[in-house]
Write a protein that binds this ligand. Structure first.
Ligand code: IMP
Length: 232
């Protein structure tokens, strides 16, 4: 069975990823690696941030594993998720800034309630029909090389670790007020096309079938099922 390290400190994301992948992978989390470095998410795209998170963690693991005495299986891949909400009436905002939307001038993330309040404030004059948008998720998967990695050159930083990218999006709209207690982030405001209740009301089983994250992880599962044929 393939062992993955899920490289996120967002407990909600970890829970969703584990629930969606089920028992087909052995999933480790950053709880098992408390001294893992925090990665600064300063790329302009979801793919850029997901790749940066996965590559930095894979590099750290490759340097650490040969000398460590870990009590659990060795991760073969690092999986990083970068995701967010794109609202058409806001030209795609909050996008890559979704986690820190209400605090864009600070470095730390905002509270979900503050992000949701800001979103409702910015959309206050936008009618329901024009409140369209989508959740987008980009997953980067990077193999952990066996043996110590010496190079620190930023130029070959990504090449060395070859990220596979899997993405997923789900279309919907931003409702006029928050509803529901489930999920996290913008879930209480997001209503998936074809539904009348928010992701926070639909419950995790439904969300984990239909979400942006579920779609991206389905592609990752297919990749392991049907690895691409070599072009060499
Ligand atoms: P990241 O950790 O930089 O990828 O930030 C993701 C942010 O996007 C989260 O903090 C949420 O605000 C938002 N987000 C991503 N996925 C979801 C989701 O499934 N539901 C609700 N909000 C989400």
């Amino acid at each position: 069975m393939t062992t993955l390290l899920i490289a996120t400190r967002n407990a909600h994301k970890v829970g969703e990823i584990q629930a969606i992948l089920g028992t087909s992978f052995r999933c480790l989390t950053l709880k098992e690696f408390p001294d893992a470095p925090a990665v600064i998410e300063d790329a302009e795209t979801f793919a850029g941030n997901a790749t940066k998170k996965a590559v930095e963690l894979a590099r750290w693991l490759a340097q650490k594993l040969p000398t460590s005495n870990i009590q659990h299986p060795t991760p073969e891949f690092v999986l990083a998720d970068d995701s967010g909400l794109e609202v058409d009436a806001l030209n795609g905002a909050p996008g890559v800034h979704s986690a820190r939307f209400a605090a864009l001038d600070k470095t730390e993330n905002s509270h979900d309630a503050d992000n949701n309040a800001k979103l409702l404030r910015l959309l206050k004059d936008v009618p329901l029909a024009k409140r369209t948008g989508r959740f987008r998720c980009v997953i980067a998967l990077v193999p952990v090389p066996a043996g110590k990695v010496e190079s620190t050159s930023p130029v070959c930083f990504v090449d060395e670790f070859e990220a596979q990218i899997f993405d997923g999006a789900c279309e919907g709209r931003i409702q006029l007020a928050a509803s529901g207690q489930g999920g996290f982030g913008y879930d209480p405001l997001f209503v998936l096309d074809g539904f009348t209740r928010s992701f926070a009301e639909l419950g995790e089983d439904v969300k984990n079938q239909l979400s942006h994250r579920a779609k991206a992880l389905k592609k990752l599962e297919n990749y392991f099922r049907l690895p691409p044929t070599s072009t060499k």
